[in-house]
Design a protein around this ligand. Structure first.
Ligand SMILES: *[C@@H]1O[C@H](CO)[C@@H](O)[C@H](O)[C@H]1NC(C)=O
Length: 310
């Protein structure tokens, strides 16, 4: 077998185009042995505080050991109100000055969180996209903040900058159409969707009902394997009762909430209310993930093997 080409797919609803478009797409090659290693971290940008720096240090250690190919950020990249522009010092104080290990100087693929949407008077880049390592995995990055109705209606959330997004209904309809079309075309062994908000969670925020209604049926219909999110400041894995889908929360990049545990109907495989991050190693037939805590200890692992036809 020749070298496996990894293709990453990111999902962004960029226009109000009437026909379903494929999401903007980025490709990434796997290693020569056909594997792909990644880290996922969320809810982090606090100028190193709340153990952000300690988590970053451990990410560097694990990234070196695994020789990671890229890092996924599940959003809420800059607290509390996103970036003010391309020259905002927070970019250095909370990102480039924190994740300094050589092993972390790799592509970072991110979604925006609700905090990144606040009071940011500048044009954000495309919001959903698809990254593909086609023979190993397709990753679909979905902009979930506009789904949450409360951000549009609650007066206390009036700082949200919806320019380029409003009206909500059109944006969501187009985004879902594009995600559906891209999922439908994916032939990758692993389909992985990344969004900021949890679909199912045992954390403080609870399930995101808008995603349960609008996005989840699509993920199940297309056999999505993993949904990776942040928003709840914890680490968790929940398995779906009627499909192979695993819900993975990696929202422990800085401030952890602690002491909140509210399981729903699905099975909670793992829950940690402190800081940390997730690692994932994929080949065409195997997935292995681990959750690492603030001290670098492995708190939970999970693996899954697939036969070659998918
Ligand atoms: C940082 O992590 C340590 C555990 O290693 C914990 O005791 C401490 O409370 C954490 N600090 C914050 C601000 O969360």
């Amino acid at each position: 077998m020749g070298p496996v080409v990894l293709l990453l797919v990111v999902a962004v609803a960029v226009s109000a185009a009437p026909a379903a478009a494929e999401l903007p797409r980025l490709e990434h090659s796997p290693k020569a042995d056909g594997s792909l290693s990644i880290l996922a971290v969320g809810d982090w940008g606090r100028r190193g505080e709340f153990n952000q720096s300690r988590v970053a240090t451990q990410m560097g250690v694990v990234a070196e050991k695994m020789d990671v190919d890229f890092i996924i950020s599940t959003g809420d990249n800059f607290y509390s109100d996103g970036l003010t522009g391309v020259h905002d010092r927070a970019f250095e104080d909370s990102f480039t000055g924190i994740y300094t290990a050589k092993s972390l100087q790799k592509p970072w693929y991110t979604v925006l969180g609700n905090h990144d949407y606040r009071a940011t008077p500048w044009r954000r880049p495309a919001l959903s996209s698809r990254k593909s390592t086609a023979e190993v995995a397709d990753f679909f990055f979905v902009d979930t903040t506009p789904f949450v109705l409360q951000y549009w209606t609650n007066p206390k959330d009036s700082t949200y900058d919806w320019r380029g997004v409003a009206p909500r209904d059109t944006y969501i309809a187009n985004l879902l159409k594009d995600v559906e079309a891209s999922l439908g075309r994916s032939r990758a062994p692993w389909k992985i969707v990344v969004g900021h908000h949890p679909i199912r969670t045992a954390g403080k925020h609870g399930d995101t009902e808008e995603l349960v209604q609008l996005l989840l049926p699509m993920l199940k219909a297309h056999g999505v394997d993993l949904y990776i999110n942040g928003h709840d400041h914890c680490l968790e894995q929940i398995s779906n009762s009627d499909s192979p889908l695993q819900y993975l929360t990696s929202g422990g990049g800085s401030k952890a909430w602690g002491g909140v545990y509210a399981p729903g109907a699905d099975k909670v495989e793992f829950f940690h209310d402190g800081q940390g991050f997730m690692s994932l190693r994929l080949t065409a037939t195997d997935a292995r993930l681990a959750f690492h805590d603030v001290a670098g200890a492995v708190r939970h692992t999970w693996g899954h093997a697939k036969t070659a036809h998918y």
